[in-house]
Design a protein around this ligand. Structure first.
Ligand code: TTP
Ligand code: CA
Ligand code: CA
Length: 654
């Protein structure tokens, strides 16, 4: 038996929620899922449920078009912060980009709960976007196999014998729908299918969300499979079916080959499917695309992928930003928008503290004036956790603004503002006292009082999910650069013949600064970003969010990004362009914080998926169990909260 298990492989499941934002709204509003429902942001749709898809509505329709296609569909606008809101609200009237700021908090929170189930079910999991994760089930699968064999007569099985596998009830098989097969690897997949069903059932039972899953021997194949039979189904790719499946697979459907890089390969070699790459030797591919990328291509077109499931890195910074249209010209307006950003960061910081027991030291305030090429930034300290209230960040930024320093203090108008917090430190020494301090606080309904005894868990690398996250059609970096410097791949028993390092471990090229898929997915709204690379595995469909990408239909749009390479980032309207610019600003700040200068970063390429409202690196993010509800400080309550908390040393109110 032990010998036989050595002939097995890894078993990876990729799980992706069905029409995720829509499901969150179905559950919140108690609307049955067979009612067509779309989630809108301003006048665009960012999620469309399956009933609405059946009526012909697509994600890139606008609300007017969608209503024509399906008059009975429900349209739910994402939550927003309006003037005076300290937590995001589901406003339904008068929502405007000029007066509101989108919050994807409800989806982040739902995501945290889902990820907690994944983690509970499989400690080796990797959050890959706001609504998807990879689970490495190898250990659990092999344990189940051993246990079952031990309790049956099969223990006597000859090491050369191959076990019988019954596929009934396992899900949909890619290729031939065989009902039986033999082999250890198939047995592993069959057991993984069983565990996957258990996990999906748990998600449904606890949260009423359905999800789809792909089950295969590596991440790339599992990801390809999870989308094959949506919604609410799982798909298994047996090793025997890999070659026929890959042979016909369009190159662009493979992770990292969905954008410019895929096009580069297609054009250089005149190929469109993975199978057409088979005729090229690894040496030829390396000569054309570089050693790492060539080797990676050679493997990936055969369905070979060594990339490990890695735990999510924790964010190193958080940021919120807003492009201001019209530009603002008064301190009152600045104060208004800073308060909105302050509230947003406040909520996320408190969640992050509950989850990671850390607190940032520094606030960086960024201001961009219309005619300036780059923004100006200044820093100050963040109040300690126990002195922190919802308006602390606003007050400190206003103090920075009025204190002058780099010549930007008195300059109006302002086109964009961004506020970042970073320099996180563990509250190690004070951990007990700080936690105890809050535990002793009596619950109160008084608004504005920071009661932290029972915080809700936040996803580690929190970030805002994406809004429009179609990647720019053209990435700025070459395919070759993409994988350079990749670490050597883990040994594989998939039969790979190449000895070159696995490129997937490389950071995506697009933004020198950042941009793992996690970032992306942590990303959130276009206007809220945090930057920082996290996961080393860029994924085509996981580009959530970082840089709001251009609408593919708008390549001749007059709304072109001035920072991106000419023609590479066109938007349908000024609002989308503004959101995209917010992302640049966030990235610039992030780069600056990392010592990379303040220049605007390139937007994520199609495969780099940056994102995030929270950037990360350097730690493990664990989604822990909910610790209960916490009252947030509110603006109205700030005065009251100040009774219990000393006023800030500086800061000013308008
Ligand atoms: P997806 O998983 O790509 O899509 P989905 O979950 O809505 O539908 P499917 O069943 O096909 O997986 O994205 C997850 C959520 O991310 C989606 O519900 C809304 C958000 N999102 C955006 O805001 N903008 C985008 O461009 C995309 C692709 C997704
Ligand atoms: Ca999904
Ligand atoms: Ca997804």
């Amino acid at each position: 038996m032990d010998e036989a298990l050595k002939r097995t492989d890894r078993v990876i499941v990729h799980v992706d929620l069905d029409a995720f934002y829509c499901q969150v709204e179905h559950v919140r509003l108690g609307i049955p899922t067979d009612v067509p429902l779309c989630v809108q942001q301003w006048q665009g749709l960012i999620a469309v449920n399956y009933a609405a898809r059946a009526a012909g509505i697509k994600r890139h329709c606008n609300v007017t078009e969608a209503r024509k296609l399906c008059p009975e569909a429900r349209f739910v606008h994402v939550a927003t912060f309006a003037d005076g809101d300290t937590t995001p609200q589901y406003h339904s009237e008068g929502i405007s980009y000029q007066t509101h700021k989108v919050s994807l908090d409800p989806y982040r929170k739902a995501s945290m709960k889902i990820m907690a189930i994944f983690e509970r079910s499989c400690p080796k999991y990797q959050r890959a976007s706001i609504d998807e994760a990879y689970l490495d089930l190898t250990d659990e699968v092999n344990m189940r196999i051993k246990t079952r064999l031990a309790s049956s007569s099969s223990t006597d099985m000859d090491d050369d014998a191959e076990p019988d596998v019954n596929w009934d009830g396992a899900g949909i098989l890619v290729g031939d729908q065989v009902s039986h097969s033999t082999g250890w690897r198939d047995l592993q997949l069959r057991v993984a299918a069983e565990i996957s069903q258990e996990i999906r059932a748990t998600v449904y039972k606890e949260l009423q969300y359905t999800c789809s899953a792909g089950i295969a021997h590596n991440k790339t194949l599992a990801k390809l499979c999870s989308g094959l039979n949506k919604p609410n189904k799982q798909t298994v790719l047996r090793q025997a079916a890999v070659s026929p499946f890959m042979e016909k697979l369009p190159l662009g459907e493979i992770r990292n080959l969905g954008g410019k890089r895929g096009t580069e390969v297609e054009e250089a070699l005149g190929v469109t499917t993975a199978g057409e790459l088979w005729k090229y030797s690894v040496e030829t591919l390396q000569a054309k695309f570089g050693a790492s990328t060539g080797s990676w291509l050679y493997d990936i077109c055969r369905g070979i992928c060594h990339e490990p499931v890695t735990e999510t890195a924790i964010a190193k910074s958080m940021m919120a930003a807003k492009t201001l249209r019209p530009h603002i010209k008064t301190v009152a307006e600045l104060s208004h928008w800073l308060e909105i950003l302050s509230n947003e960061l406040y909520n996320r910081l408190i969640d992050d503290n509950a989850l990671n027991n850390r607190w940032p030291r520094v606030i960086t305030f960024h201001v961009k004036h219309p005619l300036d090429a780059s923004s100006h930034s200044r820093r100050t300290d963040l109040p300690p956790f126990h002195d922190f209230v919802a308006t602390s960040i606003r007050d400190r930024c206003l103090a920075l603004w009025t204190s002058g320093g780099d010549g930007s203090a008195s300059r109006w108008p302002i086109e964009r503002i961004a506020v970042g917090v970073g320099g996180f430190e563990k509250l190690d020494a004070g951990v007990v006292s700080v936690k105890n301090f809050f535990k002793k606080v009596e619950p109160t309904d008084e608004p504005g009082v920071v009661k932290t005894p029972t915080p809700t868990p936040a996803p580690g690398a929190e970030s805002s999910p994406p809004s429009r996250r179609k990647p720019p059609a053209k990435a700025t970096n070459s395919l070759q650069n993409f994988f350079n410097a990749a670490p050597a791949p883990a040994p594989s028993n998939t039969g790979a013949t190449t000895t070159n390092p696995s490129p997937q471990k490389h950071r995506p090229p697009s933004s020198s600064s950042s941009g793992g898929p996690l970032d992306a997915f942590f990303q959130t709204t276009t206007t809220t970003t945090s930057a920082t690379p996290s996961s080393p595995t860029p994924q085509k469909s996981e580009q959530p969010a970082s840089a709001p990408g251009p609408n593919p239909a708008s390549s001749d749009s007059p709304f072109q990004c001035a920072t991106c390479p000419p023609g590479s980032a066109a938007f349908t309207d000024a609002r989308e362009l503004a959101e995209h610019n917010d992302w640049h600003m966030a990235m610039a700040l992030h780069n600056e914080e990392r010592g990379g200068g303040g220049a605007a970063a390139a937007p994520p390429s199609s495969s780099s998926s940056l994102s995030s409202s929270t950037a990360a690196r350097g730690g493990k993010t664990k989604t822990g169990p909910a610790r209960g509800k916490r009252k947030r400080a509110t603006t109205a309550g700030d005065a009251r909260s100040r009774k219990a908390q000393p006023p800030l040393a500086f800061g000013r109110r308008e």
